[in-house]
Design a protein around this ligand. Structure first.
Ligand code: NAG
Ligand code: NAG
Length: 447
């Protein structure tokens, strides 16, 4: 089987000149050498080699990337003062542009002329100052001129930007010019974002946290989990996403079981479970976890409620090691970037010495429902999937790992049928790596 797989892979590779590479556990110093399809380059990580190649398939453009933010420069000799950051206006609303001023030294010129150009709105004045001429009021191009510097500057205090082109989130770079000096005033146009409130009762954890899990063929474990939860949290809602072939009904006080099509998979189940949460936070647990006296949700809640963190993980099992990683992305080339997963954390969370900021934590975590839903759980990852949530949420989710909250893990006797689905075969590991490379358009990956 393995031989056949190698041959199959080798055959594909020989037809492709461009390859993607997976480098495993090779650390941040790894260098990437793109090689062409030779069978001897195919090495499998589980055989102790750290490099293997998979054929590269050029993807049609699928990622929707926003245009890059322009780099703005200020001219060091310019006598113009103007705001360079922090101006915001709601779409179709107006804003007084503060801080525009001409600081010309000699007041000996016979006329001072300032020109302004807007792109997504029009420019007007709030008041007219005597001795100042304003041309193009109510249009995209406004020219303000005066023989008096003082009057001109007075007029510039009444400059109004009026957004006329609707966009819920963009930036208008208003150009400002005096003689050959020019600058750019960025005005952020953005809808006000509405807060999403949840009704809670102080000190009642059941109004704040829902427990979410996904099960597949392991009802003994699931019942053990539920019993352990009920010992400590008699009323907390438990949501179960279930994609077993022959689902068994799981009933009880505040238990919601959602039956899914058979074998829909890990992330599809997480998505479904999390989509049904009506509390501001949810606690993710696997179905073979067991609550103990050290599984204090309150402690994780305290961290998430008093910091700006969105996901706060605990420790699974009795061991001392914690699963927490940092992610580093290095610029690549037309074949994509390189993603490294590095063990460890960044720094301690202020006020919580047991917690450390990281990019990725274990699958026992308390999360902000709205933020976690935004990152989402990509249902394309069916079997082993965990890191992908954190990779999808990179740059959006603030994540930490805490050592003062633990949950037990019942490794128990493995079940043949379950293991067949759950645990990685060589083929499925290749599939996972390939899907990661393609999903994130990566050239290389270090896990
Ligand atoms: C903004 O522009 C719109 C459309 O031109 C106009 O109807 C509105 O009166 C302007 N508002 C201000 C305050 O100038
Ligand atoms: C659980 O709910 C029952 C009935 O609503 C209530 O009497 C009991 O006090 C609750 N227990 C806890 C620990 O909140």
């Amino acid at each position: 089987m393995v031989i056949l797989l190698m041959l199959a892979l080798g055959a594909t590779i020989l037809e492709n000149n461009q390859l993607k590479q997976v480098i495993r556990d090779s650390g941040p110093q790894a260098t990437f050498v793109r090689t062409t399809g030779l069978k001897r380059d195919i090495k499998f990580p589980w055989k102790g080699d750290d490099l293997w190649n998979i054929p590269y398939v050029w993807k049609e453009h699928v990622a929707r990337v926003p245009p890059p933010t322009p780099v703005l420069f200020t001219d060091g000799r310019s006598p113009l003062s103007y705001p360079t950051q922090g101006l915001r206006v709601q779409p179709m609303k107006t804003l007084v542009i503060p801080g525009v001023k001409l600081e010309e030294s000699g007041n000996d010129k016979n006329k001072f002329v300032i020109q302004l150009n807007a792109g997504l709105g029009v420019l007007t004045t709030l008041a007219d100052v005597p001795g100042v001429a304003a041309e193009g009021v109510g249009s995209k191009h406004l020219t303000i001129s005066s023989a008096s510097l003082e009057h001109l500057n007075r007029q510039l205090q009444f400059l109004v930007y009026n957004n006329t082109h609707f966009d819920p989130d963009t930036v208008d770079y208003v150009a400002i010019q005096y003689l050959h000096y020019s600058g750019s005033i960025p005005i952020r146009i953005r809808h006000k974002t509405l807060p999403q409130m949840f009704p809670i009762v102080p000190d009642d954890i059941t109004t704040k946290v829902t427990i979410v899990t996904k099960t597949f063929l392991r009802y003994d474990r699931l019942r053990q989990l539920i019993d352990s939860v009920r010992r400590f949290y008699p009323n907390i809602t438990i949501i179960i996403a279930d994609d077993s072939e022959h689902p068994e009904k799981v009933e009880g006080h505040n238990i919601e079981q959602y039956i899914m099509p058979y074998g829909k998979g890990w992330f599809a189940g997480r998505n479904l479970g999390v989509s049904q949460v009506t509390t501001p936070y949810f606690l993710w647990v696997d179905d073979d976890f067991v609550f103990t006296s050290r599984t204090k949700i309150e402690l994780l809640l305290q961290v998430i409620e008093t910091t700006n963190l969105d996901v706060v993980g605990g420790v699974v099992g009795k061991g001392r090691s914690r699963f927490r990683h940092k992610i580093r992305i290095d610029d690549g080339d037309e074949l994509g970037d390189c993603l490294y997963r590095i063990r460890g954390s960044y720094h301690a969370v202020e006020g919580f010495p047991d917690c450390e900021v990281a990019d990725m934590v274990t699958n026992f975590f308390l999360a902000d429902t709205i933020k976690a839903r935004r990152a989402g759980f990509d249902p394309r990852f069916t079997r082993i999937a965990h890191s992908e949530f954190f990779q999808d949420g990179l740059g959006e989710l603030r994540v930490a790992s805490c050592s003062h909250v633990r949950i037990d893990h019942d490794h128990g006797g493995r079940q043949q049928k379950y293991d067949k689905y759950r645990y990685m075969t060589r083929t499925s590991l290749i599939e996972l790596y390939m899907s990661l490379l393609y999903k994130y358009n990566l050239k290389c990956l270090s896990y």
